[in-house]
Design a protein. Structure first.
Length: 437
């Protein structure tokens, strides 16, 4: 009896051991999710592609165990440095735009129109040899707007006059509320005693801030009405709204709900994942060579940018130019991220880019903010020197105007500061005199 019982227990123990070992092997065989990356996967990527994208991003970010990015000791070829006349680099790109009369999208609606006309081609979030690494990262989830180039202001795109009237009424209500708050602050100021200086100072600051808010709301309300109450302008904004909604309803087989903030941002990021075919070919070529050499995907951080997005980006990125024809808006420019690349990787890429620049295929610059900026010529050759000179001259005039504007603003600011200082001194004198009496 004891032998049979012992045998039974032994068999149970063996069975438990087998199950435990099987579970261990099963867990080990399951593929673990890649760790989180420093840059999140793009919102446009499909679920099955999330882990492959993270694996590729992990290869980009992988520690090289040596200096990388700007800390790496690299040999920058002359082709990727600034010219002695720094205007020439941008002038070449502006000249290319003028020579080929390229369309420049001012906002997402115009970018969508270019895509519909097949001027641009899409880059998938993850290719065989490249990865879109932060492309469209600064896209907001706010409603689509029309970008008014002359004023640099945005106007909300509405599908109907009813939607416009709703926003107009909301702005009116907000404006009334702010004006009521200003009146309340002014009432409090009148009731203050002379000795309550700190309280007076705080209330004056509140009043000034609320007046600025009221002015901004008034301006936005007037700008909105100037578009939707004008027949020609209303036709423009309604047309742009219709185009975006139509494209969003079936964009390559995928639908985006433009009334949903997350879906709206996905749509924007996808629109920013396009580029002209000539530039796409250069990306694929460089990516193939880089992948073959270093077994890593080439990280691309920027493709086409409408002027509206460019202006938003320039608020935080000094490399994002604010000229009338931003290179990225042409659809011929892209940026390669070298922050995690060691000297060998950077030198190899720069040599390949320089070789193509010498052949007249492109213009490039190693920017100080960890990017190689590459601009591809539409016909594979440098634009005429006449156009470059004209563009350089216009850039010089623009720079002088901006300098004069800053100097005038500085003079006004200094004058206001001096006036305030004088007022303060006079007020101090009055207080001193009153105290003496």
């Amino acid at each position: 009896m004891m032998n049979r019982s012992g045998s039974y227990v032994e068999r149970l123990s063996r069975a438990a051991l087998v199950l435990a070992l099987s579970g261990t092997f099963l867990l080990a065989s399951c593929k673990r999710d890649p760790k989180d990356t420093l840059v999140p996967p793009p919102p446009t990527i499909s679920t099955p592609q999330v882990n492959p994208w993270k694996e590729a991003a992990g290869r980009v970010e992988e520690d090289r165990n040596e200096p990388t990015g700007r800390r790496a000791q690299v040999q920058v070829p002359p082709e990727l440095k600034h010219y002695d006349d720094r205007r020439r680099f941008l002038a070449i790109q502006v000249a290319e735009w003028r020579e080929h009369e390229l369309d420049l999208p001012h906002d997402y609606a115009e970018l969508a129109a270019m895509i519909r006309e097949n001027q641009l081609v899409e880059m998938a979030p993850l290719g065989d040899d490249y990865i879109l690494y932060g492309v469209g990262e600064n896209a907001s989830d706010e409603p689509f707007t029309h970008y008014d180039g002359p004023s640099g202001e945005n106007v909300t795109l509405h599908a109907s006059l009813g939607d416009f009237q709703e926003e107009h009424d909301q702005l009116s209500a907000s404006l009334k509320q702010v004006k009521d708050e200003i009146a309340a602050v002014e009432k409090d100021l009148k009731q203050l005693r002379k000795r309550e200086r700190e309280r007076r100072k705080a209330l004056l600051a509140q009043a000034a801030e609320k007046r600025r808010s009221a002015a901004a709301l008034e301006k936005k309300k007037e700008r909105l009405a100037s578009f939707y109450k004008d027949p020609a302008r209303s036709k423009l904004v309604f047309g742009e709204s219709s185009l975006l909604n139509e494209m969003a309803s079936n964009f390559g087989g995928k639908t985006y709900n433009l009334n949903d903030s997350a879906s709206r941002r996905q749509f924007k990021v996808r629109l920013l994942s396009f580029i002209r075919p000539e530039a796409r070919e250069v990306i694929l070529d460089l990516a193939r060579l880089y992948k073959e050499k270093f077994d890593r995907p080439l990280p691309i951080t920027s493709l086409v940018r409408p002027e509206q997005y460019q202006m938003r980006l320039s608020e935080t990125n000094a490399n994002a130019t604010r000229i009338a024809a931003p290179p990225h808006s042409t659809g011929l420019a892209f940026d390669i991220y070298y922050r995690y690349m060691n000297a060998g990787e950077q030198d190899y890429l720069m040599a390949e880019i320089a070789r193509r620049e010498n052949s007249g295929q492109l213009e490039a610059l190693r920017e100080t903010r960890d990017h190689f900026h590459v601009f591809v010529f539409a016909d594979g050759q440098l634009p005429s020197e006449t156009l470059i000179a004209e563009a350089s001259g216009s850039l010089g005039k623009k720079k002088e105007k901006e300098k004069e504007k800053k100097q005038k603003q500085g003079s006004v600011a200094r004058g206001q500061k001096s006036a305030k200082k004088g007022q303060s001194l006079r007020a101090s004198g009055r207080r001193s005199g009153a105290k003496g009496q």
